[in-house]
Write a protein that binds this ligand. Sequence first.
Ligand code: UTP
Length: 275
Amino acid sequence: MITKCLFPAAGYGTRFLPATKAMPKEMLPILTKPLIQYGVEEALEAGMTTMAIITGRGKRAIEDHFDISYELEHQIKGTSKEKLLKEIREIIERCTFSYTRQSEMKGLGHAILTGETLIGNQPFGVILADDLCQNDDEGVMEQMVKLYKKYQCSIVAIEEIDKAHSEKYGIVEGEMIEKGIYKLFNMVEKPHPDAAPSNLAIIGRYILTPDIFEILKETKPSKNGEIQITDALLEQAKKGKVIAYKFRGKRFDCGSVKGFVEATNYLASTSELID
Ligand code: UTP
């Protein structure tokens, strides 16, 4: 059973300035829900009930969001608005939230390592809330948990991209072991399109086995000074096994303004909007 999910949410979200000057990127709403709530719902659907969130300066709104707001609840009790808090209330009842701060932004690998204290010695999910995933059936994390039961190793979610965009992603190379499932032997972080080993890009969903923490402690920062999770995963792949999974569903890169607008339009077209 995988019960914990890590949410690295310490980044500055500079692509959304000035909106993110005093507000966390993860709290930007798609319709009425902040991005991070979609991620928490996906983890919960996958059976995870402990949400471990890596925060930083200026991220307090995330903690307040996943807490009871007595004054507000009291104000709207018995009114038609009460139902608007139903989903978040259920989340608060069903999950435990824990937080730790990444005091310096030294990359995603470093953010994940910062989470060791919240995760301990067990496999765990990782969700980057700015990658919003939508499915008609099972969520991406739920699909990955099923796969974990079979393979018992670290798993990264991948999608096919236009190679021209490879500089935005970690790109993987592996041997297909089942339709849409690859045993990885190579991973390159943000390669130039000419150097990209494939068009398979890692998106913001992972299941990691806890030996990743020891590997991350030994992982040297890359040229830009960040500790890359792809470097640690490549090491893990050399020592044992890491697989990549071509998930079912849609993914929106809500870390970019364009992807954020696409996600908003998509959800607006599939939801009933209130006047
Ligand atoms: P991004 O690079 O997409 O996020 O990192 P960012 O730095 O906030 O965005 P921009 O480029 O400035 O607009 C991917 C994810 O990893 C987290 C971010 O919060 C985001 O969810 N992250 C990244 C950390 O938690 N710590 C880090 O040091 C780096």
